[in-house]
Design a binder for this molecule. Structure first.
Ligand code: PLP
Length: 372
């Protein structure tokens, strides 16, 4: 079986660096290297001393220790550092699952959550969120989807593209279901820290479940996608060793300057989260007013976390709408087709500084084209 093209990433490859108004991106506003270095005295001089040889394949021990300070029980030895979050997803699908195994994936979903598995002959069931209920998936349906050959469940919390966040009771129920069936639970937590109400932040799964993996990175909640640093935390030693061995066939080890810079980000993570959260909530309030005025064109419910939201487009084909929009105005939204969604949905990303102006431009375009 072949690996399907990653539709969302192909669309970004076409438009991300030519479209002037990015209203569909999932990464929030990034920052300049100088601003990251300014977070810690002496950081700039120390960067110049970074040794450019190979780095440790499990990740810089200092970085692993810094990451572990964000966990109540996980230790540095239980953290495995990768290049971004995409690499560990790929590694997991190869190292933890075999052809003929069954994987349940919360849906809609970031495509690598299911396409890599499908390419290996792993059976995938989609655990659908309910668009009429903030895209919440139903735990009773999860129970029904489990088969004798189910090996793992993959969830995303906070969720891309819908912005859905589990409440604590549902979260515990999912862990209980996985534990009851002895399943690995893979929790993509790359948007953690961007709960609009910080009191709703869930614990990292890896601290709560012995067969759980927490996936994290600096690309989303910290806005540092260019560093390409991500990591897995898990108590499961066998899984950890399998992932580490698979990584030898991918990047082997991480970029030394990036690991140095990642330590600064990880030590200042709460500050970075808070900055992004403030902008996200401000932008989301504008988006809420927009959807209220545009309720004849979009059906929407306010998300509670993350950087993206996934309204239904009521004006016809979401794909044609997005293509026309980006070609005539340079405004980029993401059609739901790239999440393999049936129905007409769009992804909005509202983490960028320029968002208020770009949203105004979009509304002007809509008002000038009454047929849309
Ligand atoms: C849910 C989710 N997981 C993983 C990734 C990949 O992150 P990275 O850019 O760090 O590889 C993304 C990127 O959009 C994502 O949305």
């Amino acid at each position: 079986m072949t690996l399907r093209a990653f539709a969302l990433e192909r669309y970004f490859a076409r438009h991300e660096f030519s479209a002037k108004h990015l209203l569909g991106s999932s990464d929030p506003e990034a920052m300049a290297l100088a601003d990251l270095l300014a977070l810690e005295p002496g950081a700039e001089a120390a960067l110049k001393e970074v040794w450019l040889g190979y780095t440790e394949s499990l990740g810089d021990p200092g970085l692993r220790a810094d990451i572990a300070t964000h966990h109540p029980t996980i230790t540095a030895e239980q953290i495995l550092v990768f290049s971004g979050a995409e690499e560990p997803i790929f590694a997991f699908m190869h190292a933890a699952l075999e052809p003929g195994d069954h994987l349940v994936v919360q849906y809609p979903s970031y495509q690598s959550h299911y396409s890599v598995a499908e390419s290996r002959g792993i059976q995938v069931s989609r655990w659908h969120g309910d668009p009429a209920n903030h895209w919440a998936p139903d735990p009773a349906e999860l129970r029904r989807l489990i088969r004798p050959n189910t090996k793992a469940i993959l969830i995303c919390a906070p969720h891309n593209p819908t912005g859905y966040l589990y409440d604590f009771a549902t979260w515990n129920e999912i862990i209980a279901i996985a534990r009851h069936h002895g399943l690995v639970l893979f929790s993509d937590e790359v948007y953690q820290g961007l709960e609009h109400d910080p009191a709703q932040r869930l614990p990292h799964l890896a601290d709560s479940y012995e067969k759980g993996l927490s996936l994290n990175c600096l690309s989303k909640s910290c806005g540092l996608a260019g560093l390409r640093i991500g990591w897995i935390a898990t108590q499961d030693r066998h899984l950890f060793e399998s992932l580490a061995a698979f990584k030898d066939y991918l990047t082997i080890c991480n970029s030394a300057p990036s690991e140095f810079l990642a330590r600064i980000a990880v030590r200042n993570m709460e500050l970075l989260f808070a900055r992004h959260r403030t902008r996200l909530v401000r932008n989301l309030d504008l988006l809420e007013a927009f959807f209220h005025r545009q309720s004849h064109r979009f059906r929407w419910q306010r998300p509670s976390a993350g950087t993206t939201t996934f309204p239904e487009y009521l004006g016809g084909s979401a794909l044609s709408f997005c293509d026309r929009l980006v070609e005539t105005t340079g405004i980029m939204l993401v059609p739901g087709n790239f999440f393999d969604m049936e129905g007409e949905y769009l992804r909005f990303g509202y983490g960028r500084q320029q968002f208020p102006e770009d949203l105004r431009l979009l509304e002007g375009y809509l008002e000038g084209n009454q047929g849309l």
